[in-house]
Design a protein around this ligand. Structure first.
Ligand SMILES: CC(C)(COP(=O)(O)OP(=O)(O)OC[C@H]1O[C@@H](n2cnc3c(N)ncnc32)[C@H](O)[C@@H]1OP(=O)(O)O)[C@@H](O)C(=O)NCCC(=O)NCCS
Length: 141
């Protein structure tokens, strides 16, 4: 397994991985054009884990100059519990730190119990009980 930067060419494989993964909700922003725009805006922060040239996991990341944001952490079921998500997270956090970003957030849906269990088990991460997230209501693209 090795990690490399995500590129626009990864979109079909990653979109397929997200679409068949319970816990990942596909949004308009997961279409090819916004995916490519996201990579261009956050160079070197989104990673693909691949085995023999086949993507088996990914993590998208960006920052706003103050905090980092991790999204769509996904590992193919056949490759889970081998440390791939851990490697993705550690590498992305190191890259964020290199850009001066010391703290990051991940938003996890109540409807994603596996993701909740994963993040609750992670050392160095704490579940916030002092913050409520308010979001603009989604509108059609
Ligand atoms: C969550 C997910 C990314 C974990 O990927 P992974 O590569 O299997 O994770 P790792 O091998 O790095 O796990 C490291 C540790 O995290 C914990 N962990 C991993 N999966 C877990 C789970 N489903 N429940 C509870 N703890 C978990 C374990 O302590 C594990 O160590 P261990 O295998 O020695 O026991 C993967 O299960 C997945 O893609 N799930 C569906 C998508 C999803 O919900 N993504 C999160 C979006 S926020």
């Amino acid at each position: 397994m090795h990690l490399r930067d995500a590129t626009p060419a990864d979109h079909p494989a990653l979109h397929d991985l997200w679409a068949r993964t319970p816990g990942i909700q596909l949004r308009n922003e997961d279409a090819r054009a916004p995916f490519c725009a996201y990579l261009a805006r956050n160079p070197g922060l989104s990673l693909v884990a691949e085995v023999d040239g086949v993507p088996v996991g990914c993590l998208l990341a960006g920052h706003d100059g103050r905090r980092g944001y991790l999204q769509h952490l996904t590992v193919d079921p056949a490759w889970r519990r081998r440390g791939i998500a851990t490697a993705l997270i550690e590498t992305v956090l190191a890259r964020l730190a290199a850009q001066g970003i010391a703290k990051s957030h991940v938003f996890v849906l109540d409807a994603a119990p596996e993701a909740l269990a994963f993040w609750r088990a992670r050392e160095g991460w704490g579940e916030r009980r002092d913050i409520r997230v308010f979001s603009t209501l989604e509108h059609p693209a």
